[in-house]
Design a protein around this ligand. Structure first.
Ligand code: ATR
Length: 281
């Protein structure tokens, strides 16, 4: 008898949303496990996020949340937030459990799994994180959890970097020994991994970054991705970074972590990443 069970419904919600590559990534993961599911792009009105989520979960199973709604998703979930979501102050993965909405943030796990994949395990590393917006906040706790020796956040507006440090330390006082913050020119010492979490790459701009000093076998990681090396990647290699890479692997990694929350299985990111890399040219 043919299986007539309706395919479970998943999606990504944002504004705008037409650029999202998540449907493509999740349907490829699903085919690795012969899972029947649908995954759609959902455009929520800027003032209608909560209502759109409520409507979706009348028959939906899981939602990814993207800009500009990650903080609203955090507020919507209330007490049923994962520790990582709490630390990030933002949610990118929603699901129902016992009829209640739950939320997690998989962005930082996506970054850490990509660092592992390319042979730059965060454990024991000195990491410089540039930027103190939402993208930066989402990765701070997972980098600490992954055992980095030191994480230093610098930002053009230094107060925002200090704020992130303060908020993370308030939730995890142990973090204070390994987490520091400052302005863009405050990056003494040399670094194993330098991560660009500013939005400068979106416009192919270089963050106003004084040259960081790179250690041997170091990595410059741009959280944004593009068909060509970003201005940050090129400048970092000139400044002595051994290797540079963009954030396409992080995108696939965060999707794999959401997929694991929803379906309980670990997807193989490599073939999906290779295909995506080909597509973006
Ligand atoms: P996101 O959620 O993507 O992190 P955001 O909250 O708007 O976006 O934050 C953008 C980050 O990029 C901020 O850290 C911003 O620095 P300020 O807080 O000083 O504004 C940083 N940024 C953007 N353009 C930059 C540039 N040209 N040089 C340095 N930092 C830049």
């Amino acid at each position: 008898m043919p299986d007539t069970t309706p395919a479970k419904r998943y999606g990504v919600i944002g504004h705008p949303i037409e650029h999202s590559r998540s449907p493509h990534i999740h349907t490829q993961f699903a085919s690795q496990f012969n899972l029947a599911l649908s995954y759609e792009r959902i455009l929520a009105p800027l003032d209608g996020f909560a209502a759109t989520v409520e409507e979706f979960f009348k028959n939906g199973s899981g939602l990814n949340v993207t800009l500009p709604f990650k903080e609203q998703a955090y507020d919507l979930v209330g007490p049923r937030l994962s520790r990582r979501a709490r630390m990030a102050g933002a949610v990118n993965t929603l699901w129902l459990e016992d009829g209640q909405l739950h939320g997690c943030n998989t962005d930082g796990v996506g970054l850490c799994s990509d660092l592992l994949r390319i042979g730059h395990k965060p454990e024991g590393k000195r990491i410089l994180l540039i930027g103190a917006g939402g993208a930066s906040r989402g990765v701070v706790f997972p980098l600490l959890e992954a055992g980095c020796e030191m994480l230093h956040i610098i930002n053009r507006t230094s107060a925002k970097a200090y704020d992130i440090r303060e908020q993370v330390v308030a939730l995890d006082p142990d973090a204070s020994r390994r987490l520091s913050a400052g302005g863009l020119d405050d990056h003494c010492g040399d670094w194993d991994i330098v991560i660009n979490a500013t939005s400068a790459s979106l416009n192919q701009n270089l963050p106003e970054l004084p040259n960081a000093r790179y250690r041997s076998n170091s990595l410059a990681y741009d959280m944004f991705y593009a068909s060509e090396p970003t201005a940050f990647m090129r400048a970092a290699e000139q400044a002595g970074a051994t290797q540079s890479i963009d954030g396409l692997g992080m995108l696939v990694g965060q999707a794999a972590a959401s997929f694991q929350i929803w379906h309980g299985v670990k997807a193989d990111v490599e073939p999906v990443l290779a295909k995506l890399r080909q597509e973006i040219g």
